[in-house]
Design a protein around this ligand. Structure first.
Ligand code: BTN
Length: 257
């Protein structure tokens, strides 16, 4: 089914699908075919859901919000990851207004409630030349109605239902996330990331925590740079930036200050 609301930049057209391999793939095909910015693809279930860094995103049919949004921001391809930060702010706000949840953003692309992940964000960029961004497919996977998670995810993941005890409508959840994303994306287009820095810091899980970058650097997170890099201070007092790659938490509570 396709829904239309021409008054919005994001979500003016929503393609609601049943089972797909990945909404990222469907949305990318539509983007290449000329679909306008703000076109949204959702699915009830994905057989090959994509996560960050080549991981899988597994869902149980009908329990999650699985959504990909076509964006066409100006800028260079390497700026695409900034959209994770925009989406993180929007998801935190949507969870607060929908369910009264206090969620926080773990840089760069996870949204947590407490210590558990409730949402993952995946921006996938396509280029039309070495320096030109053609589009970004912004994928959002939000755990909504799962009653439990099995195996390794048992202690790592949560859902809106597990946090509130209530079942939520996926349509209402989608609307809330899209409205918040529409607002924050508009602000991002006007001000760039610097205009969202305060909002990100207010919602950040990572600040004050000790992290290890993929290249082995360790430090306490002290800020978000204007280009979206995480700013860390090492034990020797040096300030460094982490712009890409994997970041893991180091004995977080011991490191808080
Ligand atoms: C992560 O945390 O690794 C990012 C997960 C992103 C999952 C969403 S679900 C909707 C969209 N389609 C996909 O295949 N992936 C994203």
């Amino acid at each position: 089914m396709s829904l239309r609301d021409p008054s919005r930049r994001l979500g003016h057209t929503i393609h609601e699908l049943g089972t797909v391999e990945s909404t990222q793939i469907v949305a990318a095909r539509m983007a290449v075919g000329g679909a306008p910015e703000g076109t949204v693809v959702t699915a009830a279930h994905q057989t090959g859901g994509r996560g960050r860094r080549g991981r899988c995103w597994v869902d149980a049919a009908g329990e999650s919000l699985l959504m990909s949004v076509i964006l066409r921001p100006p800028g260079r391809p390497e700026e695409a990851p900034r959209l994770s930060l925009v989406a993180g702010i929007a998801v935190v706000d949507a969870l607060r207004s929908l369910a009264g949840l206090r969620a926080r953003i773990r840089w760069p692309n996870d949204v947590l409630v407490g210590e558990r992940k409730i949402c993952g964000i995946l921006p996938e960029a396509a280029t039309s030349g070495p320096d030109t961004l053609a589009h970004v497919i912004l994928g959002i996977g939000l755990n909504v109605n799962q009653a439990f998670f099995a195996d390794a995810w048992r202690t790592l993941a949560t859902s809106v239902r597990m946090e509130t005890g209530g079942v939520s409508g996926l349509g209402e959840t989608r609307r809330s996330v899209l409205e918040a994303l529409d607002d924050w994306y508009e602000r991002f287009l006007t001000t760039g990331l610097p205009g969202l820095r305060e909002a990100w810091l207010e919602r950040a899980y990572s600040i004050g925590r000790k992290v290890r970058a993929g290249d082995g650097r360790v430090g306490v997170v002290v800020d978000l740079a204007d280009d979206g890099a995480l700013v860390i201070r090492t034990d020797s007092g040096e300030t460094m930036r982490i712009l890409t790659g994997e970041v893991t938490m180091e004995a977080a509570d011991a490191a808080r200050h």
